[in-house]
Write a protein that binds this ligand. Structure first.
Ligand code: NAG
Ligand code: NAG
Length: 280
């Protein structure tokens, strides 16, 4: 299970799995913000959130408060989460899956009403980076955690890749390209399951901590993707980012052999594991 004890031919397989985890700001999105949305005018200054008609919140998904649904609609998201409550072979709310991710509203003591809307998206093998553009994609999960201490456990099937972020206090918006303008988590389940935090969309985003069974932690300073330049808030082009301090137990850090880009994260939970994510 522990990657660094594997023979090198297996390590190569693990590289293939780990480098599927995206850098969240792809080059083409930086240069062509409307590429995802062929119905929009192509001016780079167009604010898609103003153009997109709001989606209906007459029937909020199970677990999503109506006011949170309204907020998602107002900032230009494409839709509310599916929030499937039964095993759909992918990502669902429930505790019967092989991989369980428990997300906790970990606001500071005294900040009891700091609301969180958890957003989880699925990345199909053919998707690439598109999956995280919430102006163009409906998330698998959007779940309200309105009070400090609120938590939800999400099941993930094996062989699934995806990511998450969160909207805080009805303040977090989409970036100019349509991603959530905050800290991201990224994961792939199954063989060589890997999880990490990425700050590439917004280096000034809210803090998250991911705890993997057996001991690896990904947070704002460990097993985390960051922009190399202290002068930028967002990055993603080749050579502009790095993976920091991902070298402890169950932690994996490599250069992708084809691109030379950093890759890796917390492993040790292949084909099943209980992950804790604190949204602080
Ligand atoms: C939930 O998943 C089940 C099983 O795959 C499927 O039949 C159902 O249509 C899904 N529900 C929604 C709302 O997507
Ligand atoms: C994203 O958030 C950062 C601060 O966290 C802010 O400086 C930046 O302007 C925001 N970007 C957009 C497009 O709102």
């Amino acid at each position: 299970m522990v990657n660094r004890h594997l023979p090198s031919f297996l390590l190569l397989v693990s590289l293939a799995a780990a480098h599927a985890i995206p850098a969240p700001v792809p080059e083409h999105a930086q240069k062509a913000p409307n590429a995802w949305n062929s119905g929009s005018p192509s001016s780079p200054h167009t604010q898609q959130q103003l153009l997109r008609p709001r989606f209906s919140c007459d029937f909020p998904a199970p677990g999503l408060l109506a006011e949170d649904c309204d907020y998602m609609s107002a900032i230009g998201m494409k839709g509310q989460g599916v929030n499937n409550q039964t095993n759909n072979g992918r990502i669902w709310t429930g505790t019967d899956g092989p991989n369980l991710f428990t997300f906790v509203n970990a606001a500071q003591p005294g900040d009891d009403d700091r609301s969180v809307i958890l957003i989880v998206w699925y990345m199909a093998p053919t998707d690439g980076y598109q999956a995280s553009f919430m102006n163009a994609r409906v998330p698998d999960i959007s779940y309200s955690l309105p009070k400090r201490g609120d938590a939800i456990t999400i099941s993930m099937a094996n062989g699934v890749a995806g990511g998450w972020s969160a909207l805080y206090n009805h303040k977090t918006k989409l970036s100019a390209y349509g991603q959530i303008n905050n800290t991201f988590g990224e994961f792939s389940t199954g063989d060589y399951a890997t999880i990490d935090i990425s700050r590439l969309v917004n280096m000034a985003g809210d803090a998250m901590t991911v705890e993997v069974p057996g001991g690896c932690v990904s947070d704002m300073t460990r097993c985390v993707y960051v922009c190399n330049s202290p002068a930028v808030n967002s990055c993603g082009d080749a050579g502009t980012y790095d993976l920091l301090k991902c070298d402890g137990f169950n932690a994996v850090q490599h250069k992708d052999p084809s691109s030379g880009e950093p890759t890796g994260g917390c492993q040790g939970w292949s084909f099943g594991g209980q992950i804790k994510v604190f949204l602080s």
